[in-house]
Design a protein around this ligand. Structure first.
Ligand code: ADP
Ligand code: LRH
Length: 489
């Protein structure tokens, strides 16, 4: 038959979905079968993911998929860096900690006193974020001494779910790269970094590329879901890698902004860019599909709005953004990447207000003013990162592709065009799902090799935003100084 059906399970930090992708004559149609919420669960001062709850939602989604006829393959992607520890019986040894769990506070600095920043960067090419898997594992061992020597395996979240689906334990490359324990130039886990941080090398599974066929779903899964003869294929299991694979770009001179809980701002390169300049800007070199590198940076993203919204009792997103658009674009700004905005908490509005007060600005009070302040600041920060990418690579960036949930924010898209001077092309909103599906499609021969972006271009309707009003040089300079001005916390 020339119709192939693939199922993508995409777990974002704020929501998850199970979708059916049907490939017919080189076009992909996507039907989201099941959507569910996701988020951190606070327990005893820590923060966890509800992995079993997610698994229940996945099983439900797979049952719905099985009703659509034969499913050729299934694959999972999720947010990065988080992992499960398994014992010698393949049992979970602990819950899966959320990367925003405060257990990592101070741990990265401790580790970098053992192995200097430049050596870790040279080995891994990965940006320094306090919640990288490397520092989480060290924090885990500090919290529960001996746990790493009792453990038999570390599995990243999508790898864990693939194990439960197929019985195979592997580590897919795109997500492995985010641990800051993988050496992309040696194509292996970094022995010097593991050694310096006291992490047992035996915990880490073999690394496989995106598009690896892991094998059929287990008999238990087949029985539970009604799937029959479906194989599990590891897609680009890091959600951002799947999103980037589905960026509908042509030619050169483009960057992407994967806009959701995080704003991931970057470009695609043929190999890692591990230079002193890249280190100075803390740019990361995460693995992409088909041997590419994602040279990017994490900007705090819509997380800040998500936490404000939670504090306000979950008002409608669309209304919040519509109100913010009416606030003049000359108001207060924050450095969104200030560490005070990283952790979860219902005091997010107060944190923004404190930042504004401490930097001598007007203090935003209404939800509309607060959201406006965050959006203006995110757009300005994204523009700064684009300039850093240009500086480090010598490329000129003229087009910015915005994908993910945030691509629905027409107002933010226009702001981005204005502050970057780029043409902004928005969509697809479900780029991650699409990238996940197309890597499976490519691996199973439903689309020709290397044709992912052509398929997206043939299948999706995109929106374009041209720069209109430039931001004043004074405002740009004021914003730039915010990042380098230490504000008392
Ligand atoms: P993640 O994968 O990180 O969970 P998504 O890509 O799903 O994130 O994007 C979620 C974000 O999309 C929300 O934080 C919100 O700011 C934004 N968004 C824009 N429009 C809407 C909308 N109508 N409903 C929900 N979220 C929206
Ligand atoms: C986005 C994302 C991002 C990581 C973060 C932990 O969902 O995967 O690329 O840095 O979560």
């Amino acid at each position: 038959a020339d119709v192939k059906r693939h199922v993508a399970i995409d777990l974002g930090a704020s929501s998850g979905r199970v979708a059916l992708g049907t490939v017919r004559h080189g076009r992909l149609s996507v039907e989201v079968l099941h959507r569910f919420q996701n988020g951190g669960v606070p327990v005893q001062g820590g923060l966890y993911w509800d992995v079993l709850g997610l698994w229940r939602e996945i099983l439900h989604g797979l049952r719905l998929a099985a009703q659509h006829g034969h499913i050729d393959s299934v694959g999972v992607d999720s947010w990065a860096v988080d992992y499960a520890l398994l014992d010698e019986h393949d049992l979970l040894m602990d819950g899966v900690h959320h990367y925003r769990d405060p257990r990592t506070d101070g741990v990265m600095q401790h580790c970098l006193n053992v192995l200097p920043r430049s050596a870790v960067y040279e080995a891994t090419g990965i940006q320094f974020l306090p919640f990288n898997t490397a520092y989480q594992l060290v924090a885990h061992e500090r919290q529960a001494p001996g746990i790493l020597s009792r453990a038999c395996q570390v599995l990243m979240v999508p790898d864990l779910l693939h194990f439960w689906l197929s019985g195979r334990r592997v580590s897919e490359l795109t997500n492995a790269s985010t641990t800051q324990l993988y050496d992309p130039r040696q194509d292996t886990w970094s022995a010097p970094v593991l050694h310096a941080f006291g992490l047992p090398a035996a915990l880490f599974p073999d690394v496989v590329p995106a598009g690896t066929v892991l094998g059929p779903v287990t008999p238990a899964i087949a029985q539970e879901t009604g799937l029959a003869g479906t194989v599990v294929i590891a897609p680009a299991t890091h959600d951002t890698a799947s999103a980037v694979a589905a960026v509908p770009a042509r030619g050169s001179g483009w960057a992407y902004l994967s806009s959701g809980t995080w704003s991931l701002v970057g470009i695609e390169t043929l190999s890692p860019v591990v230079t002193p300049q890249a280190l100075r800007h803390n740019l990361t070199n995460e693995a992409g599909v088909n041997g590419t590198t994602r040279l990017l940076k994490n900007v705090m993203g819509l997380w800040i709005v998500q936490e404000c919204r939670r504090a306000w009792g979950n008002p409608d997103f669309a209304q919040l953004y519509a109100d913010a658009e009416k606030v003049p674009g000359t108001g207060p700004l924050i450095d969104p990447d200030d560490p005070r905005f990283l952790h979860a908490g219902l005091d997010m509005p107060e944190r923004i207000q404190a930042f504004c007060a401490q930097t001598g600005q007007a203090v935003p009070t209404t939800p509309a003013e607060l959201v406006r302040c965050v959006l203006d600041s995110l757009a300005l920060r994204s523009a700064e990162v684009i300039r850093q990418l240009e500086e480090v690579t010598g490329r000129a960036i003229t087009v910015l592709h915005v994908v993910g949930g945030g691509a629905q924010l027409r107002f933010l898209n226009q702001l981005l065009a204005d502050v970057t001077g780029c043409t902004v092309i928005a969509g697809p909103v479900e780029a991650t799902l699409i990238g996940n599906l197309l890597v499976q499609a490519e691996a199973s021969g439903s689309i020709p090799p290397g044709s992912l972006r052509d398929v997206v271009l043939a299948s999706e309707v995109l929106d374009t935003f041209e720069p209109r009003s430039a931001v004043s040089p004074q405002r740009l300079a004021f914003f730039a100084a915010l990042g380098s001005t230490p504000v008392p916390s």
